[in-house]
Unconditional design. Structure first.
Length: 327
């Protein structure tokens, strides 16, 4: 079988797997950044941040600027659509949680490591859990999700999770992706799908300032847009969040991600790096088989908090809700 035929067979199988889940899947073409004020038939305002063609129909990726929720809608279903060039939409929606989140993230743009939003609600008992799925040859750590459900499902359903997914991970793990989407479709979990770039470049020989997305020759536009396009092709809805691979960025790349209407999210508790979580922490672990230490530390933390979980005094926080309410 030629490489071309293999890839064709792969995508046919992937789309078949993704068929019944989430937004209606299918071939996604002409995917691009597009900003407009969109008014729904009921009068509610949304911000369109992407447009694309799916089965010959023009579609939009919309953001609710008050709840940070995203949705996909046919352009024909929008009551009115007014293009907002040169940041006009940010001025119009300047007081909303969405624009505040972009502005908050920008205040932490200069750092080489861990720029963006790193903490959610300091007054809350609990954490926002983010699970990274970088490219990996190993299968998904499904036991992690089963253990999370066993610990939290009786006190909060659906259980809120945020998963940072890379394009190559989706490409190589269609059945695992289908399994995760099935958990969401069943109502047992909600998942904020975080864009984690497509290729997630990494070279151990390079210094951080020349590594990951800062590596020479990386096309950031493609890294962002290809990942979202493949999410949608698999029936997933991209969130407003972006996580830099390795949590490494510079001011230029950070500004370009903001220009896509995405909120870079870091972490103040990367457990495998011995960063202890605090109330309201954005916890980072990997569920791609490559970081068992982080998983052990998180499940140990859950075990220690078992009594407070049962009393609903220590819960998993929805990343969107946490960012929306933080000031």
């Amino acid at each position: 079988m030629t490489m071309k035929n293999w890839r064709l067979s792969f995508w046919i199988c992937l789309l078949a797997l993704c068929g019944p889940l989430g937004a209606e899947p299918g071939s996604v073409d002409d995917y691009r950044a597009f900003f407009a004020r969109a008014e729904l038939p009921g009068g509610e305002a949304r911000i369109a941040i992407r447009e694309f063609q799916r089965r010959g129909e023009r579609c939009l990726l919309l953001v609710d600027p008050w709840t940070l929720a995203t949705e996909i809608a046919p352009a024909a279903a929008i009551a009115s659509l007014r293009t907002a060039a040169d940041g006009a939409w940010r001025r119009e929606f300047g007081g909303t949680p969405y624009v505040r989140a972009l502005d908050d993230a920008a205040q932490n743009a200069e750092k080489l490591i861990n720029a963006g939003i790193t903490h959610s609600l300091p007054a809350e008992r609990g954490v926002s859990l983010t699970i990274d799925l970088c490219p990996s040859q190993k299968p998904l750590d499904r036991f992690l999700f089963r253990d999370i459900l066993a610990a939290f499902e009786k006190v909060e359903r659906p259980v809120p999770l945020a998963i940072a997914v890379s394009g190559l991970w989706m490409e190589r793990h269609a059945s695992d992706l289908h399994w995760l989407a099935g958990l969401a479709a069943s109502g047992r979990v909600t998942i904020d799908w975080i864009n984690h770039s497509y290729h997630h470049q990494f070279d151990r020989r390079l210094p951080l300032r020349e590594n990951f997305l800062l590596e020479k020759g990386v096309d950031l536009d493609q890294e962002v847009l290809l990942t979202e396009r493949e999410m949608i092709a698999c029936g997933l809805t991209p969130s407003i969040f972006f996580r830099f691979p390795g949590l490494v960025s510079d001011a230029r790349e950070f500004s370009r991600v903001l220009a896509f209407g995405l909120v870079p999210v870091g972490s103040d508790a990367w457990l495998a790096k011995n960063q202890p979580p605090k109330p309201g922490s954005i916890v980072l672990i990997h569920g791609n088989g490559n970081e068992p230490l982080g998983i052990r530390k998180f499940l140990s933390l859950v075990g220690r908090e078992r009594a407070t979980i049962k009393k609903r005094n220590w819960l998993l926080l929805d990343l969107r809700d946490s960012v929306e309410q933080s000031e």
